[in-house]
Write a protein that binds this ligand. Structure first.
Ligand SMILES: O=C(O)CCC(=O)C(=O)O
Ligand SMILES: [Fe+2]
Length: 330
């Protein structure tokens, strides 16, 4: 069932199939016709309560404006529909492209196909490249980078000896979401940043390499739109399809934590919220959180600085997937 559904959505022009995809922007239709999703309140924690332990991170809309959904057939799965401001989106996009792929983090680019200069500064090379064929090659070759505890894709285990510092900004953001959604004990320890040029996909899998399966998994999507398939404990059961759009935060917790999931298709987004300068024109930066890169945040208001990042997300999607690997901080 899962594989058939995956194939159906991966096909190039299945306009009729797209009607099945749950569209959180069309909540009323989804809710009244077949009751697929629910709108829920973020946990009963007020902004005041969170503020006692964490300052509000810049780049997010105030908690009271978040729209948070659950899918009726998939308990434990939560989706917050884009709680980011336009500059917040730009910040995470720029960090994922310019900074996170840098050493000592690991990227998928290998020495057989790329020079050590490209492997160690992929974004720098892409940014300065003027040959259209090489731009295309560089752009489509980058598929993932890993942060914190690094996952070994061959053995499917986290290698304890392969650990690099987890970015403080991503740690802070994930802690904020975990607190707001009622998972106060979550410790961000590992992340995979996935890069999806339009036309690419991610096969069905479960994320079970982490030792601690009680902890939720936080996933941030930016750029172009994904069709995300969420299934159940086996490949025999029918998955549901839901659009993940730029800024959406997906949480796999409890029953859904070990369920099959996949990204069969990346589609051109109808809007580009990373350029919607009206989402927070008068953002106050006086409480700027020291875990974030202030200089970068400031530069992202400059359209010229933003241009190369904009070019990338015009036909690509980025997904940052944050996990807790072990039961405690080591
Ligand atoms: O791109 C996504 O939304 C999902 C990525 C994912 O499942 C993974 O990295 O394990
Ligand atoms: Fe996954």
């Amino acid at each position: 069932m899962f594989k058939q559904t995956f194939k159906k959505f991966k096909k190039v022009n299945p306009l009729s199939d797209l009607q099945e995809v749950i569209d959180l922007d069309n909540y009323d239709a989804n809710n009244s016709t077949n009751g697929l999703c629910n709108i829920v309140n973020p946990k009963d924690i007020s902004e005041m309560d969170i503020r006692k332990s964490l300052d509000f991170p810049v780049g997010l809309q105030p908690l009271r404006m978040w729209r948070c959904y659950t899918l009726k057939k998939h308990p434990g799965l939560l989706i917050i529909r884009n709680p980011f401001t336009f500059r917040g989106q730009r910040y995470w996009i720029a960090r994922s492209l310019r900074d996170y792929p840098l050493p000592p983090n690991t990227v998928n680019l290998d020495a057989k196909h790329f020079s050590s200069k490209t492997i160690s500064d992929w974004w720098g090379e892409l940014h300065h490249c003027t040959n259209p064929n090489l731009v295309h090659r560089l752009k489509t070759a980058m598929r993932w980078t890993t942060l914190g505890y690094h996952h070994n894709w061959d053995t499917k285990v986290y290698d304890k000896t392969m650990h690099t510092p987890f970015p403080s900004d991503l740690c802070y953001l994930s802690k904020y979401f975990s607190l707001a959604l009622g998972f106060p004990n979550f410790i961000p320890q590992a992340a995979i940043v996935n890069y999806y040029p339009i036309g690419t996909s991610l096969n069905g899998h479960t994320d079970h390499s982490e030792i601690n399966h009680e902890a939720p998994l936080f996933s941030y999507s930016f750029g172009q739109t994904a069709i995300f398939l969420i299934g159940h404990g086996t490949l025999e059961e029918q998955p549901s399809a839901v659009y993940l759009r730029s800024g959406d935060v997906l949480v796999m917790s409890k029953e859904s934590r070990l369920c099959y999931h996949a990204v069969p298709r990346i589609m051109k987004a109808l809007e580009d919220p990373w350029n919607n300068l009206f989402t927070n024109p008068n953002e106050k930066l006086d409480t700027f959180n020291s875990s974030m890169n202030f200089e970068l945040y400031d530069q992202l208001n400059d359209e010229l600085f933003w241009m190369p990042f904009n070019r990338y997300v015009t036909d690509c999607r980025i997904n940052i997937n944050v996990r807790q690997v072990y039961s405690s901080d080591r």
